[in-house]
Design a protein around this ligand. Sequence first.
Ligand code: ATP
Ligand code: MG
Length: 417
Amino acid sequence: MNDILPEQTPVWQFVEDTVRKVLSQYGYQEIRMPVVEQTDLFKRSIGEVTDIVEKEMYTFEDRNGDSLTLRPEGTAGCVRAAEEHGLLFNQTRRLWYTGPMFRHERPQKGRYRQFHQIGVECFGMAGPDIDAELLVLTARLWRALGLCEHTRLEINSIGTSAARKEYREALVAYLSDYRDQLDDDSQRRLGSNPLRILDSKNPETQRLLVDAPRLDDYLDDESREHFRQLRSLLDAAGIEYTVNSKLVRGLDYYGKTVFEWITDSLGAQGTICAGGRYDGLVEQLGGKSTVAVGFAMGLERLILLLETLNLVPDSANGNVDVYVAAMGESTVAPALALGESLRDALPGVTVMGHCGGGSFKSQMKKADRSGARYAVILGENEVANGTAGLKPLRSDEAQQDVAQGDLAATLEELLGR
Ligand code: ATP
Ligand code: MG
């Protein structure tokens, strides 16, 4: 679990703000859920024999003896909340949320025990049109973040649960002949969650899978048609993708469309956004049958990617623009007022006021350390004359005296705002 330090928060804010803007362009509404839910909710939705439920959940008993779990993902809680508050009754919904998720995994680059996701969930829309909307939306987001050349899209259809059941039997029958050649993980999955073997990272396992039965041969007609339409919508929208017939997801509730946005710039932890349809989940959790589709993206990986590629924009550096220094006790109140008037006039500019007194030299040192481009210096003479000293901190230009009334306009021009 990581502390996100002040030096890092500007890039987080840049990513969060960008995502927020893109989502609002499409009319998505934010929902905020608690970070704990009843343990049972996750068991029933994600599935008892998934990695998340078997090995990764932070589960504890609260003072009432209820079993609660720190949420490992957002979909289950979002469905719970939407049902509980009647958000799905006779209407479609486009929702999003963000916040920390918790999984007890082996920590490594791009994989942490508390991590953050932005998730999107759409309810009540059955067609491939909404699947396509989610993908054009994410493509727009990559453009806004400068990442579109560094991400690629993989899609697949995993069909209905009946089709998967039939396929599962065929896959197990095939792989059972090679049981000894499978690693421990895959051997275990053969009995519990055989489809997960398809995305094993083990090269030997992948070699065995070359001749294995293919999921697409077992797809039901409706899933096949849905997937065909989705591909033609993506083609029409100019979204590039590859069909990966081995793409499955580690959560039981997915069916039909699944997709992942992958980057090749982060090594093994390359999936930055993953999702798909889960038409059965709402009903499975006790609601009226409601089709749904969604995705979640991992913020740590997105930020790591921006940093790795040096794509963090200057505007996300969190710097102070102007530092107001006050020389002498009688200048403290005027300096406070001058700072306020600058903030009134220049709402997009960061004005840091010096606090805590000190010599000229020490105030200038702090001004420099703040990263500000300009210091505004107020001494007793300036207060008496209604002026202020304006000192460039990042160039050799000379300090000038500016009438306080002209200061905002001068700074606006100098800062190019
Ligand atoms: P992976 O195959 O990488 O384990 P997953 O199938 O467990 O991913 P999801 O549950 O679909 O992933 O989560 C969606 C996204 O959340 C992932 O693509 C990734 O970006 C991010 N994510 C998942 N687990 C972690 C983690 N432990 N630390 C950081 N980010 C994570
Ligand atoms: Mg995982």
